[in-house]
Design a protein around this ligand. Structure first.
Ligand SMILES: NC(=O)C1=CN([C@@H]2O[C@H](COP(=O)(O)OP(=O)(O)OC[C@H]3O[C@@H](n4cnc5c(N)ncnc54)[C@H](O)[C@@H]3O)[C@@H](O)[C@H]2O)C=CC1
Ligand SMILES: O=C(CO)COP(=O)(O)O
Length: 340
């Protein structure tokens, strides 16, 4: 039997996932606050701004009424940027209370809330009480929307404390090009997802400056070391960082021209101004806000994150990228690992 799914956000990733679910045979309604985009999806079966090549399944219906999207939904999938999660969750909570519904909440966003430094599932837990929801499941891993829209083979992680709900979601999304693996380490999956965007900004920047493959490999590997350091301090399982939502997503985001974070970094490396880069992107660049959250979090927990801090200094303190690189290289010599 088809499962009823409400997808919140018709950006690149929301549209790609909603279309995949519709093609999997699920009953999907996508909610989008931009009324013109809703009309385009329903009438033209396209979403040209975000995924110009995609021919959207006519099974996918769009709506600008949240209550309409949520009515009868067994799954509510949040795919709005991190900065909009709390605001949208508040609206969802009101509707679910009136509808007396308890759907499974899934999210596919990647970031840490500015100010609170909370992970997305923590924001959702705060805003949607257990009386109005089932479990919370995280969908993450190496997955550019553009590639999924082209039906490229993609493997993801579906994380929840509740294995049965993770397995249920796994089955609903799976098809012959989309394969999911369950994981119970919600903290590790969300931290890997959020923090890799910051490193991708850095790798894009060194590409823009003309550095080669050795530099990129060094930045990605040492970036993963500090992602793991902060994640483990927050309670993650270190193994998660060598999985799809860790090294997998780091690799795809740091090596692909589809990555908005990599592209933003590349433009900064070529001398563009941050405000202009963000203005021209027309899509969310999560790593910029996450760099600030990660910098503050690492500082408050006394975790050494030199690369993230250097990227924060470039983005928020006006530091010259080459000066930041020179400082990283001048740090005292140390062992690669502190085995204890
Ligand atoms: N694009 C991709 O390939 C992937 C994106 N993600 C994550 O998914 C999340 C969403 O990313 P994208 O779809 O790429 O973003 P996007 O920039 O393409 O689209 C964002 C969508 O959210 C909506 N939105 C923004 N603010 C809103 C608000 N306050 N209330 C309601 N709706 C609002 C916009 O109208 C738009 O539909 C991000 O956290 C991103 O890191 C994860 C995996 C892949
Ligand atoms: O998370 C992503 C791929 O897994 C998308 O990365 P960008 O937001 O940098 O495009």
């Amino acid at each position: 039997m088809a499962v009823q799914v409400a997808v919140l956000g018709a950006g690149s990733w929301g549209t790609a996932l909603a279309n995949l679910l519709a093609e999997n045979g699920q009953d999907v309604k996508i909610w989008e606050h931009n009324a013109e985009r809703v009309a385009e999806i329903n009438e033209q079966h396209t979403n040209k701004h975000y995924l110009p090549e995609l021919k959207i399944s006519p099974r996918l219906k769009a709506t600008s009424e949240l209550a309409d999207a949520l009515n009868g939904a067994q799954i509510v999938l949040f795919v709005v940027p991190t900065k909009a999660i709390r605001e949208v969750a508040k609206q969802v909570e009101k509707v679910l209370r009136i509808q007396q519904a308890r759907p499974v909440i899934v999210h596919a966003a990647k970031g840490l809330e500015q100010g609170t430094h909370l992970r997305i599932s923590q924001i959702l837990e705060e805003e949607i009480p257990a009386a109005n929801r089932n479990g919370i499941v995280v969908l993450s891993g190496p997955s550019h929307a553009e590639n999924v829209a082209q039906k490229d083979i993609t493997a993801l992680t579906v994380a929840s404390h509740d294995v049965e709900q993770a397995e249920w979601v796994q089955n609903i999304f799976s098809n012959d090009y989309f394969r999911l693996y369950t994981n119970q380490d919600v903290i590790g999956v969300e931290m890997g997802a959020a923090l890799k965007n910051v490193i991708a900004l850095g790798v894009g920047a060194i590409h823009g400056l003309g550095y080669g493959d050795n530099t990129k490999a060094a930045l990605m590997t040492r970036g993963l070391a500090e992602i793991s350091r902060l994640g483990v301090a927050m309670g993650a399982n270190p193994l998660t960082f060598i999985g799809l939502s860790g090294v997998g997503d780091l690799v795809v985001t740091c090596t692909s021209v589809n990555s908005r974070n990599w592209r933003a970094g590349n433009q900064l490396g070529q001398g563009a101004k941050l405000d202009d880069v963000l203005q021209n992107m027309g899509m969310v660049v999560e790593g910029v806000a996450t760099a600030q959250s990660a910098h503050e979090l690492a500082d408050s927990m006394d975790i050494d994150m030199p690369i993230t801090n250097a990227i924060y200094d470039v983005l928020y303190q006006g530091k010259d990228i080459k000066a930041a690189i020179a400082e990283l290289m001048q740090r005292s010599n140390k062992p690669e690992f502190n085995f204890e």
